[in-house]
Design a protein around this ligand. Structure first.
Ligand code: GLN
Length: 456
């Protein structure tokens, strides 16, 4: 813990940790020492981790990287952090992210962007660590913690993992409790671990999973020993290669990565099968209707009354002006855009044309996956992202849709509620990491991790 706290001190330029909690860390580490001395130490005992700022941590600033939650210190602990602390994990601090987890580059954060520890070739240009869990990815990749909590609504664990050369898994929807995790799009949000190896991810995921009476969407299912399922044996497993993910204009490096990954799994004894997921091309538009719709509803609670920031009012201002000024000051431009899009697609007259249609598309996407799994496919291999990490600032003036295209390979998994994992699988010509994604059947994170380990 002390070594990690020191490393964090020396890595301020990465802007990964945005709230530091050394006192809590040292106290938890002492308690972990005592447990280890007594021989009562679960796997996570004494493991120093970082926590995405989206998680409510009792008495510690929890701002979702937003100005509107300025000064907010929850009275309660999220179920996931509570479980991890009970298992002996040590919290080093809170990690940078895109505001309310909306973004793919960590550039919408009120704290300024986190920075990717990698550089392209001889260039000094700072690269994005990806988003929205950019601080988590940067911290794990730079050895500032042994693992970090992320959340994934449309790719926010898997894309930053791919951009920084680490592993990140989004479990099945309902595997982990969302209680105490600031909501973005409740039907898509899931938390997951970001780590430097698949084995670490298996251990970390086991400690954070499980049913929670405080989240009615968390599943009442036993949590298997994920680590014990890492046998390395994938003989006879059927790996699907979906032809719709071979997109026009995909860089040759990403295609080569995908081919090499396919060969590695074939060499390990898997059967490779060409498959079709016909509704893939509608996933991104459906996601960018459903996610903002749910966000506009979830973010209605930030009204200047209950949490964080309240605008200074002028003589004669009433409650409406208070709401308007608070929300205009507190939310950044991307969050305001999502709230407006979401409100629009839910409004009378447009609801059927946009929101309801997107929900129907979502059902078709889910059915695409059910069909291939029913036909005997065990897991699906795709690239995690359409490119490697890009330069910070490169996309900020562009059309927001350019940024949304980053999520093209990841959003289908959230729409279908499936587990998805990104693993580092190679480097591009500039030496930057690239990741592959494996998509699994519901509740089969264990076998998914086992396949993923064959790509390490
Ligand atoms: N980049 C996507 C978005 O901006 C996904 C975000 C996420 O998974 N939290 O919505």
């Amino acid at each position: 813990t002390e070594a990690h706290l020191e490393a964090i001190q020396g890595a301020g330029a990465l802007n990964a940790f945005v709230h530091h909690t050394p006192e809590i860390a040292l106290e938890q580490a002492k308690a972990a020492d005592a447990r280890i001395a007594q021989g009562d130490a679960p796997d996570m005992c004494g493991i120093p981790i970082g926590v995405k700022d989206l998680f409510c941590t009792k008495g510690v600033a929890s701002q979702a990287a937003s100005g509107i939650l300025d000064g907010f210190k929850p009275e309660y602990e999220s179920t996931i952090t509570d479980k991890l602390f009970t298992a002996g994990a040590v919290m080093l601090g809170k990690l940078n992210m895109d505001e309310f987890a909306m973004g793919s580059s960590n550039e919408t954060s009120v704290y300024g962007n986190a920075v990717n520890p990698w550089r392209a070739g001889n260039s000094d240009a700072a690269l994005t660590p990806g988003g929205s869990s950019g601080g988590s990815a940067s911290a794990v990749a730079a050895n500032l913690c042994l693992g970090a909590l992320g959340t994934d609504t449309g790719g926010s664990i898997r894309q930053p993992a791919a951009f920084t050369g680490i592993t990140g898994i989004k479990p099945t929807y309902g595997r982990c409790s969302r209680w105490g995790v600031v909501a973005f799009a409740s039907s898509l949000d899931q938390a997951g671990p970001m780590t430097r190896s698949v084995r670490d991810a298996a251990i970390f995921l086991g400690a954070m999973s499980g049913h929670d009476l405080k989240d009615s969407t968390s599943a009442d299912l036993p949590v298997p020993d994920f680590e014990a399922m890492l046998t390395g044996d994938i003989k006879g497993q059927v790996i699907g290669i979906p032809r719709e993910y071979r997109m026009d204009g995909m860089p040759e490096e990403i295609e080569a990565l995908w081919r090499d990954g396919t060969e590695m799994l074939r060499d390990a004894g898997a059967e490779i099968r060409d498959i079709s997921l016909p509704h893939t091309k509608y996933a991104l538009p459906a996601y960018y209707v459903i996610a903002p719709a749910e966000a506009s509803s979830n973010l209605a609670r930030y009204d200047g009354v209950r949490f964080g920031h309240r605008a200074k009012l002028s003589q004669g201002d009433g409650i409406t002006e208070m709401y308007e000024k608070t929300r205009a000051e507190g939310f950044g431009p991307e969050v305001q855009r999502r709230v407006m899009v979401g409100t629009y697609v839910l409004s009378a007259g447009f609801y059927d044309a946009y929101y309801n249609r997107a929900r129907k598309v979502r059902t078709l996407i889910k059915k695409d996956f059910e069909d291939v799994f029913a036909a005997g496919v065990d897991a699906i291999l795709t690239p995690a992202t359409p490119s490697s990490a890009f330069e910070l600032g490169a996309m900020t003036d562009a059309d927001p849709i350019q940024m949304y295209l980053n999520d093209v390979f990841t959003v289908t998994v959230n729409l279908a509620g499936l587990p998805g994992i990104a693993v580092p699988a190679g480097q591009d010509k500039r030496g930057l990491p690239m990741g592959l994604q494996l998509i699994g059947k519901p509740w089969e994170e264990g076998s998914l991790l086992n396949v993923a380990q064959c790509l390490e």
